[in-house]
Design a protein around this ligand. Structure first.
Ligand code: ZN
Length: 280
């Protein structure tokens, strides 16, 4: 089966949410996300610079339950909250972040590392403000978007995340929006942002355009089971709907790599040594 057919078959199996029902137009088709990151196949690139992340908490505006996830939205009319460096040539503006999570702690992330699943994954979405003037324009173009992915693991309570968790009951139903100010998205990044994988891929929700430079952090962050439980108390459904559906398993199925290379900003020596240990 060729790459494109495999993806179609995978998409066909995803029937848990209305977003994935009905005809989907997948533009291109062989640079789709998410993927499994195979550590021993990733290629160390010494040219990959550290990321330059400069977020202004004052650009934080609101939280919105869009019926698939909750979006923390930022004012992106100026270059006040930006991402530069790493694999990027241009300046990218932060417009929103959101998460994907499972119904249990055993799965929920979109990307995986050597098939390892995490209970949730954070996506910080940025668009290229050097080349484009609006998100809607950038989303259709190559190098239009840069998304940072961060894996969440269950452990200690995350103090930074708690302000967000406390706001979630107010947006339990689909389409509800509340004002949300002065949230520093940088508090959700791992302490080490120098080590990451990067590859060219797509949005994991429609329009699925292949406009994304993915930057997936090697280091995860820790959140408590109770914090994730509040994510799971959100609803896919609006207040008017008779049957309410819990917002869980809001991730896309994995896509084929189709010959792409995943580059790493760090040397894979340690992983290689560990791999050896297991085979002997
Ligand atoms: Zn996402």
């Amino acid at each position: 089966m060729d790459c494109f057919k495999m993806q179609e078959a995978a998409e066909h199996n995803m029937k848990m949410h209305p977003m994935w029902q009905g005809p989907l137009t997948v533009p291109g088709g062989d640079h789709q996300s998410p993927i499994d990151i195979v550590v021993r196949k990733s290629v160390f690139d010494s040219e990959l610079k550290p990321l330059v992340i400069d977020y202004d908490p004052k650009t934080c505006q609101q939280i919105w339950n869009n019926g698939y996830s909750f979006l923390v939205e930022y004012d992106d009319t100026t270059d006040k909250s930006t991402l530069k460096g790493g694999p990027l040539q241009d300046t990218y503006r932060l417009c929103q972040f959101h998460f994907h999570w499972g119904e249990s702690n055993a799965w929920g992330s979109e990307h995986t590392v050597d098939r390892r699943l995490f209970p949730a994954e954070l996506h910080l979405v940025h668009w290229n403000s050097d080349k484009y003037s609006l998100f809607e324009e950038a989303v259709m173009e190559e190098n239009g978007l840069a998304v940072i992915g961060v894996f969440l693991k269950v452990g200690k309570r995350h103090e930074g995340l708690q302000k967000l968790v406390d706001a979630l009951p107010a947006i339990r139903h689909k389409s509800s929006v509340v004002e949300f100010n002065r949230f520093d998205a940088a508090c959700l990044l791992p302490t080490n942002t120098d080590d990451y994988w990067t590859y060219h891929g797509s949005l994991t929700t429609p329009p699925l355009t292949e406009s994304v430079s993915w930057i997936v952090m090697k280091q995860h962050i820790e959140v408590s089971h109770d914090q994730l439980a509040v994510f799971r108390s959100l609803l896919f459904t609006s207040a008017e709907e008779e049957v309410q559906k819990s917002m869980v398993n809001n991730f896309r199925v994995q896509q084929s790599l189709c010959g792409r290379t995943v580059r790493s900003s760090f040397t894979p020596f340690l992983q290689a040594a560990e791999g050896k240990k297991h085979t002997h």
